[in-house]
Design a protein around this ligand. Structure first.
Ligand SMILES: *[C@@H]1O[C@H](CO)[C@@H](O)[C@H](O)[C@H]1NC(C)=O
Ligand SMILES: *[C@@H]1O[C@H](CO)[C@@H](O)[C@H](O)[C@H]1NC(C)=O
Ligand SMILES: *[C@@H]1O[C@H](CO)[C@@H](O)[C@H](O)[C@H]1NC(C)=O
Length: 424
């Protein structure tokens, strides 16, 4: 048991408050040293926490919780989150909410849900004290894994498989993306290394010369990344890269990059309840995602099910600084190289698109913005189905129900289908 666990709410709150006050005092000292700072003393500024290890990390937790799924959540002062270590975010003033002209909420489609928060941390503990953000504790020995590629690439020894749709690629055309995702728990054939996900990609630049930049969000079942917190459940994730997945970026708050502002959503935390094909074959659990550019950060806000979570600052990026070239939505799996035959890892619910609602996984109300103000129904095209006998995608229209806007079904059973064979 962690000794910090017993700290009571009010005490932790006042600790955070004292910390924030100290940081404000430091700011005042800076001011008195002749720094030209025009911010009010209430502003929060990123402050890298350093210790003897000299590695980028979050500041010490002021309160810690164990969630019933087995995970630990550390509440760290918002100023001392790991993003403070990014060289481009020195002295960065944290934006606590989107600028006024920008209405993230207005563009949100209400997800179907029980009305309860879809994460156990918030349900069980209510969130972190004011002024702190929740950070899912990781085993320090666990490697920080990277993604490798974009959905448009296929072949060339790159083993990921996709069923992805998108808006046509057009330089600088996009400033927002949204979708409502069914939340499923696809079966993972080899839990030691494989994953299966549903997400949206906001993309700029080119893979070939490493100028590819992304902001990504969705859920994934990735047992080896979550060995001790309900490994077979879907986990919320964010991801980014500024160099085609070469050396920058990571999942969640694993490295300096994404700036979190919200105090009760846990990046990397499980989403529950969720739909399992076997249990009720009925997609009823959803999350609503919106990513939207805001020139006053500047950067890209992430909002989930009507709540602002945080942002990817533009300064992380080289090509995604003010607009995106490509928006994509769909599923991806990573098959282990050692699996004999095609992996039985499923995508989506494990059902093919032809089975339709409510069995097949989907993303509905898929929208895009070409300015920071208005969202439109996406005009979707199939952009990456690596092997339709394993995982497929189908864009649906009209007859299912116009209230879903633009939507598609995706997924499949992988090697569970006899016609799905491993390709080289
Ligand atoms: C990468 O390639 C694109 C398209 O060919 C080009 O427009 C861009 O300037 C290149 N970027 C870099 C960093 O070389
Ligand atoms: C994949 O889905 C498309 C619809 O997008 C359909 O036309 C095609 O027949 C499907 N392929 C297989 C192998 O099921
Ligand atoms: C999105 O879905 C809701 C139902 O949840 C529907 O009422 C609404 O019209 C849809 N919006 C769009 C833009 O299609």
């Amino acid at each position: 048991m962690d000794s910090r666990r017993g700290v009571s709410g009010p005490r932790a709150r006042s600790f955070c408050w004292v910390l924030a006050t100290c940081i404000q005092l430091l700011l005042l000292v800076e001011l008195s040293q002749g720094r030209k700072l025009q911010q009010s003393s209430r502003q929060r500024r990123l402050q890298p926490y350093t210790d003897s290890t000299n590695t980028a990390r979050h500041g010490p937790a002021v309160k810690s919780f164990q969630v019933s799924d087995g995970s630990w959540v550390d509440c760290v002062p918002i100023e001392q989150q790991i993003a403070a270590h990014h060289p481009a975010l020195k002295e960065h003033i944290i934006r606590m909410s989107p600028s006024s002209y920008l209405n993230l909420q207005q563009n949100h489609v209400k997800p179907r849900s029980s009305g309860l928060h879809p994460q156990s941390f918030a349900r069980e503990h209510g969130g972190c004290p004011e002024g702190c953000i929740p950070v899912q504790r990781r085993d320090p020995k666990q490697p920080l894994l990277r993604k490798y590629q974009t959905p448009t690439l296929s072949g060339q020894g790159t083993p990921h498989e996709y069923a992805v749709v998108g808006m046509p690629s057009s330089k600088g055309a996009y400033q927002g993306s949204g979708a409502v995702l069914s939340v499923n728990a696809p079966v993972i054939g080899d839990p030691a290394s494989e994953f299966s996900l549903s997400q949206l990609w906001v993309v700029a630049g080119q893979y070939d010369n490493n100028s590819l930049n992304t902001a990504e969000v969705g859920w994934q079942v990735y047992p080896s990344q979550h060995p001790s917190d309900n490994p077979l459940a879907p986990h919320l994730f964010v991801y980014w890269t500024a160099d085609a997945y070469k050396s920058t970026g990571c999942y969640n708050l694993g490295c300096a990059g994404f700036v979190q502002t919200n105090n009760n959503w846990v990046l990397g935390g499980t989403l529950s309840p969720y739909t399992t094909l076997d249990a009720h074959a009925n997609n009823e659990d959803e999350i609503s995602l919106v990513v939207l550019y805001d020139s006053t950060i500047p950067g890209w806000w992430l909002s989930i099910s009507d709540t602002t979570i945080g942002y990817w600052p533009s300064s992380l990026y080289t090509t995604l600084q003010a607009s995106a070239d490509l928006l994509q939505w769909g599923g991806e799996i990573f098959p282990s190289a050692t699996t004999v035959g095609h992996t039985t890892t499923a995508m989506g619910s494990g059902a093919f698109p032809i089975e339709g609602y409510p069995v097949t996984a989907y993303q509905r109300n898929v929208t895009y913005a070409n300015s920071p103000n208005t969202f439109f129904d996406a005009t979707l095209e199939i952009q990456g189905v690596t092997n339709a006998n394993c995982y497929n995608s189908s864009i649906e229209q009209g007859d299912f129900g116009s209230s879903w806007g633009s939507y598609f079904f995706f997924g499949g059973p992988g090697g569970g289908n006899a016609a799905c064979v491993k390709q080289n």
